[in-house]
Design a protein around this ligand. Structure first.
Ligand SMILES: [Zn+2]
Length: 365
């Protein structure tokens, strides 16, 4: 399999196959493309051969070699992922990831077609369900943090898939038609048909790649910094939506969601203190926080908490952003993150797995 490959026949020979279909399968296997994605070879003539992963195609330029072709496949898969999820790089030594899953109102045309609402009803549903401006707030927080945190933004509406709900049967929100693929609206009306094949397709196309992108980033931060802190950023309305399961508890200005494994008591205390200028409550009306499945309940190096901002804190009655109101929220969270990002240092040094020294020459704020 060495030496330059000059045409498609040479590529077939290099992979030890005889058909283009088999070549695509061989590349799929060797490049370790996610299950459910399909690699195809689009042969349009001597100088126009494309390697396609689902919908993203990259031209194969001859002469080439096996390594290059496998790299192209990995690149196409990565590009596909990035169409739906944005990763904004932070400071190389920051272990903090702000996760923004519900800020977008964007629904791809083929998914819009599955939704049973007319345009006006869909707009109202998006108003109710979108965590308006949380992407903007995340950037404002990052702008004022000592070590810029990493930011992951879902670029599609949660009505496409909800990356924070589990696609399996244990998800409690399944009971109200709001698991990973919603079948009901926030007031319980039909949103899309309960079609298992359609749901599987949405999971494969949107949910799985999203989960992989976020998991990859957590893995990368763990490898680089030795720990990761996921801050899940949401917003919620002053008055409960009909779909909410736990409506009798308090609705504070900022609700902090915690997890028994990933949010140690010491972390809760620091967060409460850091946000002391606000009316802060724990796990009401929304509880828990997001951690990728791979690390959930397993990786002590992955800490997490959720921040649910009550929308009337920074949005006026017409739904418009009150920018001046964002400043104190962003500043408080930025200060908190600056403090927390320096904290793992001591722990990790103690465990002997701190992997760099870039922190040491920078004073604490
Ligand atoms: Zn949310």
């Amino acid at each position: 399999m060495t030496g330059p490959i000059h045409d498609l026949d040479g590529l077939l020979a290099a992979f030890g196959v005889t058909s283009i279909q088999d070549l695509a399968w061989a590349i799929d296997e060797a490049a370790d493309i996610d299950d459910g994605r399909s690699v195809t070879i689009d042969d349009r003539g001597p100088d126009e051969t494309f390697l396609v992963v689902d919908t993203v195609g990259i031209a194969i330029t001859f002469p080439t070699d096996v390594t290059t072709v496998l790299r192209l496949a990995a690149e196409a898969e990565k590009e596909l992922r990035q169409q739906h999820v944005s990763v904004y790089p932070g400071h190389e030594w920051s272990g903090v990831i702000i996760h923004v899953p519900h800020a977008s109102r964007l629904i791809p045309a083929e998914v819009r077609d599955q939704i049973l609402l007319n345009d006006a009803a869909l707009e109202r549903e998006l108003d109710a369900m979108t965590d308006a401006f949380t992407d903007f707030i995340a950037q404002r927080i990052a702008d004022t943090t000592l070590h810029r945190p990493w930011i992951v933004v879902n670029e599609l509406s949660r009505l496409v898939i909800d990356p924070e709900r589990s696609p399996d049967a244990r998800e409690e929100m399944n009971a109200v038609g709001m698991g990973a693929v919603y079948t009901r609206t926030s007031d319980g009306s039909p949103l899309r048909d309960d079609d298992e094949l359609e749901a599987d397709e949405l999971i494969r196309t949107y949910f799985d790649p999203y989960a992989t992108a976020l998991t990859d980033l957590v893995d990368e931060r763990l490898a680089k910094v030795g720990s990761a802190l996921i801050i899940d950023l949401h917003s919620y309305p002053l008055v409960a939506n009909p779909y909410e399961l736990h409506t009798d508890g308090p609705r504070p200005e900022i609700c902090i969601g915690t997890d028994p494994f990933h949010t140690p008591e010491s972390l809760v205390e620091i967060v409460r203190e850091g946000l002391g200028g606000f009316d802060v409550g724990l796990d009401s009306p929304f509880a828990g926080c997001y951690v990728p499945l791979k690390h959930y309940g397993a990786s002590h190096g992955v800490r997490a908490f959720m921040v649910e901002l009550r929308r009337d804190l920074y949005v006026d009655d017409s739904g418009a952003l009150v920018e001046a109101a964002v400043t104190p929220i962003a500043e408080a969270l930025a200060q908190l993150i600056s403090m927390l990002d320096l904290e793992p240092l001591t722990t990790c040094r103690g465990m002997g797995n701190f992997m760099g020294d870039a922190h040491f020459d920078e004073p604490a704020p």
